[in-house]
Write a protein that binds this ligand. Structure first.
Ligand SMILES: NC(=O)c1ccc[n+]([C@@H]2O[C@H](COP(=O)([O-])OP(=O)(O)OC[C@H]3O[C@@H](n4cnc5c(N)ncnc54)[C@H](O)[C@@H]3O)[C@@H](O)[C@H]2O)c1
Ligand SMILES: CC(C)=CCC/C(C)=C/CC/C(C)=C/C=O
Length: 798
């Protein structure tokens, strides 16, 4: 097995252990890489001096500083970039969960070029680590000393199996290219770019090619010519012109050519003195082959400035060529050396056609004070990037993608672009198993009528705008009803002859669970509850923290979506739970509207806080676990009338009415927006509506179901003895403020109580302690064995 094959195999094995994936590991490796750049600055500088005659300041300015700042950015943003990305929904996906989950690709190969040996290898490596990949780094053999520092010192800082450095030239690179990678990032000339792409094609491996080309620079006669020339001179002669994004040639009107030459000549003297050869910040051509290649390009053009050279030292002076023709040697390929041809053109139009007649460059530079002219260049040409009134510096902006187009390359990197480039952006769609009616238009028999509706929703609906979508949603519901011959569920109060739907008595027709033996809500007969001293107080987490919550009108109820930080444990629940949402059930015009009743008494309103067991990530997952959902129920009592606002109860100010009801008030304006009608409440605290835990020791516990379709029987119910206060005015207002999907006032949104079917309701606290607790517990167990439809592994929560 070759050295290259071994390195790739090891990297893949290391990737398969999964250790490159946890965010904390990615951040640890990135921090190590930053430490390497700082602690080994001396070794890096020494190697750069030997390879490229670059000064210590030069290597930091042009390479390592940018890398440190990139690592800093990635560490700061990684959590955000790696998180699921919610996407827009349309009418047909309103009730689905849609998001993009970035995931690592696998093993990435990074092949670097010699001219900026650190930047071109480490930028992609940072992206690969951030995205959770393994990566094999192959530095250019042309920078022998730099490659050695990388090979010897990088493994001291990084996980050497996940991120090996493989050195070598053409043979070694080709051996690497025979291996299978999940992505290849190559930087170098386009001839080798083709070889890389061909090798990658054998494994269907995607590639990012960072190539070069001739980047033009148009100088408008109406610009500040001295400043433009200073910036172009810097961009051209940095690293002796061996920069992928160096301005390759200048296009300008003949009338300013001499002025441009004069200004640039001054800048060359200012930057590199009269004797650039002995000036430490002026570089050399990398080797004799390139020296000869560059020098030969001057043969058929007139030298305006510079032109001296010394083969023994690979020195070519900063050189300007005047009146260069399109067919001259220097215009046939990327110069990659310190020659600056000036090609006279008659105005911008000619400059644009000159550019457009050639391959798409890595960057187009334009110098002008005229914004319209700059805009025209952007609109009428194509290139990897456009930079107006400066050179090179777009490379240092992490929020801009860096990469070529056409002949100058494909793909891009920097900041989040590297992360995305080296991640698979996975589409995730989780549909509920409910709302089957909406799907009918795609099921056989395929009638023209169904096709008509499908055309309407797929082609017309997106153009309807906000109001149109509101109307369309109502139509959608009606259509679904029509298609399924009345298959939508609703509360009794919603049913009309014009809009027939399945009311609670008929839910089971559509949702078989709703006819099950463990349904909710129930009537709790207090004289029959069993005391269970194992029902300890619940432990609320995150209830005191300020959070932002979203309020959504779902068309038949209103829910308040909670963040993951709100949690629940204790209370003999079989695990830890995290909150998903809370919602309310109410009656009509201030009348009774709770779902649960106590000794036959229905309360005016009921609050449900829905939690799912960890580690489930959605209700759909939790529904398959018989204790997957923990629902807390708070019943309301009317204490005394009051206006919108706070109610004082025994000296405690309860903001429930104020906070929730004002959110509902605002929500009426958000009904039926495409995102499902939502509003936000900022700085909300659950403790504002839920009493402190010490007041909640007394509660009823039973096993039941969700109280809306599909009525999933996976709920551990906790119905608190303590009630919450509400005013009669608020009760009246709430049913008028909120609207059903058909625009009618949302009232009587509660399901009638369901048979107990042999279940037992437990109470956490009794006036007298039962003599035989063990007996009580056994009873609980028996009860589950009888009532459970499957096997229920854990009954400890009752
Ligand atoms: N777009 C960018 O970010 C960027 C950056 C730097 C350089 N460049 C471009 O790179 C070019 C200069 O670099 P270069 O190509 O001289 O660098 P180079 O000679 O260092 O080659 C690049 C890499 O390709 C490998 N290689 C060379 N020949 C090969 C072959 N036959 N088969 C397989 N692998 C091979 C080398 O080992 C090296 O790692 C210029 O065109 C420049 O514009 C582009
Ligand atoms: C020092 C500042 C502000 C910018 C540096 C720009 C620069 C020289 C980038 C070169 C990067 C690069 C990989 C070029 C390719 O050959």
């Amino acid at each position: 097995m070759s050295r290259e094959q071994l390195a790739v195999e090891r990297a893949r094995r290391a990737f398969c252990t999964g250790r490159s994936k946890p965010l904390e590991n990615r951040i640890r490796q990135l921090n190590n890489l930053r430490r390497f750049l700082v602690e080994r600055q001396a070794e890096i500088a020494e190697a750069s001096k030997k390879d490229l005659n670059r000064s210590e300041v030069g290597i930091q300015l042009f390479e390592t500083l940018g890398l440190e700042s990139e690592i800093q950015l990635v560490i700061r943003k990684l959590k955000q970039w790696a998180a699921p990305r919610p996407v827009e929904k349309n009418l047909l996906t309103l009730s689905d969960t849609l998001y993009i989950q970035p995931e690592p690709l696998g093993v990435v190969l990074v092949i670097g070029a010699w001219n900026y040996p650190w930047a071109v290898t480490m930028f992609p490596l940072i992206g690969a680590i951030a995205a959770g990949n393994a990566a094999v780094v192959k530095p250019s053999e042309v920078c022998v000393h730099t490659a050695k520092v990388m090979e010897e010192l990088l493994p001291v800082y990084l996980d050497k199996e996940l991120y090996p450095v493989v050195t070598g030239g053409v043979t070694e690179t080709q051996e690497l290219l025979r291996q299978r990678f999940d992505h290849i990032v190559y930087t170098g000339n386009s001839m080798v770019g083709r070889i890389v792409m061909e090798a990658a094609a054998k494994h269907l491996t995607p590639v990012t090619l960072e190539l070069g080309g001739k980047s033009p620079c148009y100088i408008d006669k109406h610009c500040d010519i001295p400043v433009a020339c200073r910036r172009v001179t810097w961009g051209k002669y940095t690293n002796c012109g061996q920069t992928c994004i160096a301005p390759d040639y200048v296009l300008c009107e003949p009338s300013i050519q001499e002025r441009v030459i004069e200004e640039m000549k001054k800048c060359i003297q200012e930057f590199y003195t009269d004797d650039p050869k002995s000036f430490p910040d002026y570089g050399r051509i990398i080797n004799e082959r390139h020296f000869k290649r560059v020098l030969a390009m001057t043969e058929d053009s007139a030298v305006a400035v510079g032109g001296d050279s010394d083969q023994t030292d690979c020195y070519i002076a900063p050189t300007i060529l005047r009146d260069v023709k399109a067919d001259s040697k220097v215009m046939q390929e990327e110069i990659f050396g310190p020659l600056l041809p000036i090609v006279p053109v008659n105005g911008l139009g000619e400059a644009i056609s000159f550019i457009n007649q050639r391959e798409k460059p890595l960057v187009i530079y334009v110098f002008s004070t005229d914004d319209k002219l700059i805009k025209r260049v952007i609109e009428e040409t194509s290139s990897g990037a456009v930079l107006a009134n400066d050179c090179l510096v777009h490379y240092s902006v992490s929020s801009l993608p860096f990469g070529g187009v056409g002949n100058s390359g494909m793909g891009c990197y920097h900041g989040k672009f590297s992360f995305d480039q080296l991640s698979h952006l996975r589409s995730c769609m989780v549909k509920p198993l409910k709302n089957e009616g909406l799907n009918n238009m795609r099921y056989p028999p395929h009638t023209l009528k169904k096709l008509g509706w499908a055309r309407f929703f797929l082609l017309k609906a997106p153009d309807l705008g906000w109001m149109g979508r509101m109307a369309a949603l109502a139509v959608l519901v009606a259509v679904a009803g029509f298609l399924l011959h009345v298959t939508l569920w609703c509360y009794e109060s919603q049913y009309t002859c014009e809009e027939p739907c399945k009311d609670p008595g008929h839910w089971a027709v559509l949702f078989p669970n709703c006819g099950g033996l463990r349904q909710s809500p129930i009537n709790i007969v207090t004289s029959k509850v069993h005391v269970n001293t194992a029902l300890h107080p619940l432990d609320f987490k995150g209830h005191d923290s300020k959070i932002n919550i979203t309020v959504e009108n779902l068309g038949h109820s209103v829910q308040f979506v909670l963040p993951q930080s709100v949690r629940l444990a204790g209370g003999a629940l079989p695990g830890n739970y995290r909150a998903l949402q809370f919602h309310l059930h109410w009656g009509a015009a201030g009348g009774a509207g709770s779902e649960h009743t106590i000794d036959g008494e229905r309360f005016p309103m009921e609050l449900h806080v829905v939690h799912i067991k960890e580690p489930y990530s959605s209700l759909a997952e939790a529904e398959h676990d018989m204790a997957g959902i923990a629902l807390l129920s708070f019943l309301f009592e009317v204490l005394f009338g009051g206006a919108w606002g706070s109610i004082t109860v025994i000296g405690v100010v309860h903001n429930i009415a104020h906070t929730l009801f004002s959110a509902l008030k605002s929500l009426q304006h958000f009904l039926f927006t495409p995102s499902g009608s939502s509003a936000e409440i900022r700085d909300f605290k659950l403790s504002d509506i839920i009493p402190p835990a010490e007041n909640l020791h007394s509660y009823y516990r039973y096993v039941g179901s969700m109280t809306t379709p599909g009525c999933e029987q996976a709920v551990a119910w906790t119905v608190f003895h303590k009630t919450l206060p509400v005013s009669s005015k608020q009760l009246v207002a709430i049913s008028q403020q909120c609207r059903f999907w058909n625009g009618k006032p949302m009232m009587n949104i509660f399901r009638p109580v369901q048979p107990l079917d042999g279940r037992v309701v437990y109470w956490s606290r009794a006036r007298t302690v039962l003599p035989n607790m063990i007996g009580a517990c056994l009873c609980v167990l028996c009860q589950f064995c009888v009532s459970a439809w499957g096997t229920w592994g854990d009954t400890s929560f009752v």
